[in-house]
Design a protein around this ligand. Structure first.
Ligand SMILES: CC1=C(CCC(=O)O)c2cc3nc(cc4[nH]c(cc5[nH]c(cc1n2)c(C)c5CCC(=O)O)c(CCC(=O)O)c4C)C(CCC(=O)O)=C3C
Ligand SMILES: [Fe+2]
Length: 339
């Protein structure tokens, strides 16, 4: 059980104007192995939307909802926000917190799962931001992965139902549910947990994605077949990333006579650019080309159950209550993950 004097939302960050796109992409890809062609391609996705990623506004909306929920529940913590790759930068926010006299911080990442990119990278960025402030930098605890929290599952169930309802009834019969998550290099997936931890070839990350899909489908009261697919692959073509890609899989399914898909972006917490472009533009176009029906479920966003989950997670740390969870996967292999 611990006491904290501030709450901090840590997210990815995104550009909010055309002149911010390239500097943002430079921040994201610094020191990573990403080909220039891929960068140019991703830049175009942002330019298609006027250089504005929806992610920052989604964070503002989530923060407003969390602030209201904390007030209602008597959680007396000031709420801060810092991003890894774009303003407001985590380093600046932590410096501000330091200036405000904050000593102990409880931080929530906008990533639900265990893998280097979604956990360890956040811990490294926190360590860097603290190091810049010297010996009396605020201490920061990162809230555990929440893929298994009912407040993450429930909105996905509701949003999947809504998407199914949007399909014409002759397409609903025979629909395939595609649970879509960000692909990562297979080496990164293996690093999240291997056979020693009880996971398969896609590591803890792949196992958690499969578990969430199962938990959602179990609550739908329907017998639609479902599977996990991946999107937004990056890196050089020679490097293996998790597959199948959502577009490739749709092509196979169409050839098998599947009349429609509902894509559920269960790898993300909000409808940011990877969802808006890779699913709402690209995958939708693929479906149109194949002549199959297509609907996309909303991500959790500011669904009340998701907002309420944040207060539950805070209480896990401040009141030392048990971990509220569905399913029963073993912990991952990432160091200091806390899952
Ligand atoms: C697992 C995962 C999530 C899910 C949850 C999480 O952990 O957050 C996620 C989320 C996001 N990824 C985002 C954007 C980008 N990700 C990139 C690159 C990469 N992502 C990776 C993984 C993930 N990414 C990886 C392994 C790379 C390769 C580089 C590396 O090895 O680190 C690149 C570089 C260009 C490219 O190659 O695509 C961009 C621009 C945005 C912002 C969207 C917006 O602006 O609205 C968000 C929320
Ligand atoms: Fe990413």
């Amino acid at each position: 059980m611990s006491s904290y004097d501030a709450f901090l939302l840590i997210s990815f960050g995104g550009p909010e104007g055309e002149d911010e796109v390239i500097p943002f992409l430079e921040n994201v890809t610094r020191g990573r192995n990403i080909p220039r062609e891929r960068l140019a391609e991703v830049g175009e996705h942002y330019f298609m939307f006027g250089g504005v990623s929806p992610i920052n506004q989604q964070c503002r909306d989530l923060l407003a909802a969390i602030t209201a929920d904390f007030a209602e529940k008597g959680i007396d913590l000031p709420v801060y926000w810092g991003n890894r790759f774009w303003a407001p930068m985590l380093t600046d926010t932590l410096a501000q917190m330091h200036e405000d006299g904050v000593r102990r911080v409880l931080a929530l990442p906008t990533s639900a799962y265990c893998n280097w990119s979604s956990r360890t990278a956040y811990l490294e960025d926190i360590a860097r931001a603290r190091a810049a402030l010297g010996d009396d930098a605020p201490e920061v605890d990162l809230i555990r992965p929440f893929y298994d929290h009912p407040g993450f599952i429930e909105p996905l169930v509701e949003h999947t139902r809504a998407a199914l309802d949007m399909l014409p009834s002759d397409q609903r019969e025979g629909v395939r549910l595609l649970f879509s998550a960000h692909s990562i290099p297979t080496a990164m997936a293996e690093q999240s947990g291997g056979p020693e931890q009880g996971f398969g070839p896609e590591g803890a990350y792949g196992a958690q994605l499969a578990e969430v899909a199962r938990l959602v489908v179990e609550r739908l009261d329907s017998d639609h077949p479902y599977e996990v697919v991946y999107q937004s692959r990056s890196g050089p073509p020679s490097q293996p990333w998790l597959e199948p890609d959502v577009n490739d899989r749709m092509e196979e399914l169409a050839a098998e006579g599947v009349p429609a898909v509902v894509v559920i972006p269960h790898g993300f917490v909000s409808d940011h650019m990877e969802v808006k472009f890779d699913l709402d533009v690209e995958a939708r176009e693929t479906a149109a080309k194949l002549g199959i029906g297509y609907e996309r479920a909303l991500s959790p966003g500011t669904h009340p159950a998701f907002v309420s989950m944040v207060a539950d997670l805070v209480r896990e740390y401040t009141e030392g209550g048990g971990r509220e969870r569905l399913g029963s996967l073993p912990p991952c292999a990432e160091e200091r993950c806390g899952c």
